[in-house]
Write a protein that binds this ligand. Sequence first.
Ligand SMILES: *Cc1c(COP(=O)(O)O)cnc(C)c1O
Length: 464
Amino acid sequence: MNRQLLQQLPKMDVLLAHPAIASAQEELPYYALKEAARTALEELRRGILDGTVEVLPDLDTLAAQTTARARASCRPHLRAVINGTGVVLHTNLGRAPLGEEAARAVYEAARGYSNLEYDIDSGRRGSRFSHIEPLICSLTGAEAALAVNNNAAAVFLMLSALAAGKKVAISRGELVEIGGSFRVPEIMARSGAQLVEVGTTNKTHLSDYRRAIEEQGAEILLKVHTSNFKLIGFTEEVSIADLVALGREKGVPVFHDLGSGALYDDPALGVPEGPTVEESVRAGADVICFSGDKLLGGPQAGIAIGRAPYIQAMKKDQFARVVRIDKLTLAALEATLRTYRDHALAGRSIPTLAMLGARPETLESKARARAEELSARFAGKCVFSAAPDNGEVGGGSLPGVPLPTWVVELSPVSLTVSALEEALRAWETPIVGRVSRNQYLLDVRTLTDADWAEIIRALDMILN
Ligand SMILES: *Cc1c(COP(=O)(O)O)cnc(C)c1O
């Protein structure tokens, strides 16, 4: 133990009186600086005691470290990051970013009272679903609708309210696990529904469902969209339209967990092809569930639409209260859905749709222009080039659907690619890109002009 070093350790009040810390008080609260100073001194003391610290930093350095530590402790833990991965619905980065209108609606709903459950016309209690139900019905053509916390909740609510104690037929090819711990067979068991497995993993025919009804007494047919994987080779699944036709013939309701839920198959909306809510409604499914923050491009929510008696029973179920949608989400969902009344507007102003709909030519010229601009700015420090790449939608949406994209490739001259990746990730607004082919890649699809301005600020610091 170095007694002399311990004695040289500055006193707390000496450190706090340092000009750098005194001036930092203009932007940082005193408690945070004090806490940071205490922790810094404590760490040094422990280091001296266990022999890992043999020289003390000078007071200026210590003050700068303390200020940096205080600043970091005041930063929110959940914060904005720049998504340079090109994955539009990046589950780890918060899935769908909201459009301006939706974000503003959240702000307005957050900062005051609202008519959340108040009927302004009658002055009496109202329903929180009233803000979105007519809108969803008019957009989808469904009889009734409700929204809950997320689609996992919507599916569970559908099963527990409508299928508990009943035999539910589902294809073996659709007994999937969706993101972490949502496994269809287990969710069904928890809801009280009895699983009747139909067909095989790769092929299920309509006759399999017919046998499930006729021979095994299935009372409900359930179709689950296999969102996060794609079967290739010899496969066969039954379309929702054929399933509904069979259901009608046999007097058995058909439920559809659509998962991602693009509303329409309209090129103006920019969504690569896949099953749509419109298609499922047209087929006549009795209840359809889909996510608010996948291809719909809204907030985290689960939407269930379908025949009024079923939706009514779901609204009345005890579990509905457990998975109730909150007012901020409702505000964002209503604003997002309103945009859909004009498809061209939705395609432009809902970020998910705008990013997915970006044309390859546009992405190419963006990538080329950025690479050129950056090459000029950081000549001799980093090599930049534009290149085509394969993107993905993400968020367990449209697996296997190709999404050709363009990236800017970065090859730093006097820095390793992984050091560059780390430094960009550690930036004030963390920048998340991809490392591939021993280069650092930034996909232009998910980057805005404001993002690029921040990336340039970061590169100015890191490369210079
Ligand atoms: C994503 C998904 C879910 C879960 O939806 P969340 O909104 O993430 O809760 C359920 N079913 C399917 C088919 C999905 O794709």
